[in-house]
Write a new protein. Structure first.
Lengths: 183, 88
């Protein structure tokens, strides 16, 4: 059943941050992430005719982006020529060195932590996409971008008390959504 | 917590201060009054707990969004391509 319609006019406003966050957590490079997001939008625009409406626009764009990320890694790996493996062995000369250096650092970020953060980021953006447009915009500017109240009020032409009402509604909805999907 | 929506309602005030505190915009005096209110009001305690949880989640997720200028440039480029596609 095809329920979803495609409307590229709002793609940048609606999905650029979500796609960017998805990409940056996977490629860890701002410029590369921006390029991949841009390529995704243009590829989506080119292949609009192939959109069958079986999934949402966002899911469809993410599937394009995933392929772009895979292509990116393929490209940089083929440029490398050969894989480099670095191993460090403890030699007898190390004898008597600090033992702390040989044990795992409990505060070090593990792959699991990074993965959990990525998933949490995706969950937050999922919840954000369910908010009304205005609430999502104000929440994003204030909470994610960390902009000043005054700057946001000037940009959106709203009063400070208006902003706080919107923030309150957005935070209540976000907390509720994350409670269901994450906490 | 009452469902009445007016700024004089102590719970509304408390929630407003709690929201501001998440962005370090609440004064010490406001936070002090909020804490006194929280001792007496379990609903606001609940709201504050969830609100803090949300702040912690956002901090720990390290989510990022696209740079404003970069987004504007992308939008311009994309809209141009969109127009061209519509024409052809």
């Amino acid at each position: 059943m095809s329920n979803h319609k495609i409307n590229p006019n709002k793609w940048i406003d609606l999905y650029s941050d979500y796609l960017y966050n998805y990409t940056i957590s996977r490629v860890n490079d701002r410029e590369v992430a921006q390029d991949l997001v841009q390529d995704t939008f243009f590829a989506g625009l080119k292949s609009m005719k192939n959109f069958k409406g079986e999934s949402s626009e966002r899911t469809w764009l993410i599937s394009i982006l995933k392929r772009k990320i895979i292509d990116y890694y393929r490209k940089i790996n083929s440029n490398k020529g050969q894989a480099e493996v670095r191993m460090s062995f403890n030699t007898e000369e190390d004898e008597g060195d600090w033992l702390e250096e040989r044990v795992a650092d409990p505060f070090d970020k593990t792959a699991e932590d990074a993965m959990e953060n990525t998933e949490l980021g995706d969950a937050i953006y999922n919840c954000l996409s369910k908010l009304p447009e205005k609430q999502a915009q104000v929440f994003r500017l204030k909470t994610i971008e960390g902009q000043d109240t005054e700057v946001i009020c000037n940009e959106l032409n709203i009063t400070a008390s208006n902003l706080w009402v919107i923030i309150h509604r957005a935070r209540t909805a976000m907390a509720e959504c994350l409670k269901e999907n994450w906490f | 917590m009452s469902s009445k929506d007016n700024s004089t309602n102590p719970c509304n005030k408390a929630n407003h201060v709690c929201d501001k505190a998440q962005y370090q915009e609440a004064s010490l005096w406001e936070k002090l009054k909020l804490n006194v209110h929280l001792i007496l009001c379990p609903c606001c305690r609940d709201y504050t707990k969830n609100n803090k949880k949300l702040t912690d989640a956002i901090k720990s997720s390290n989510i990022q969004c696209m740079d404003k200028q970069c987004k504007a440039a992308l939008k311009e480029k994309f809209n141009k391509a969109l127009k061209e596609q519509k024409i052809s």
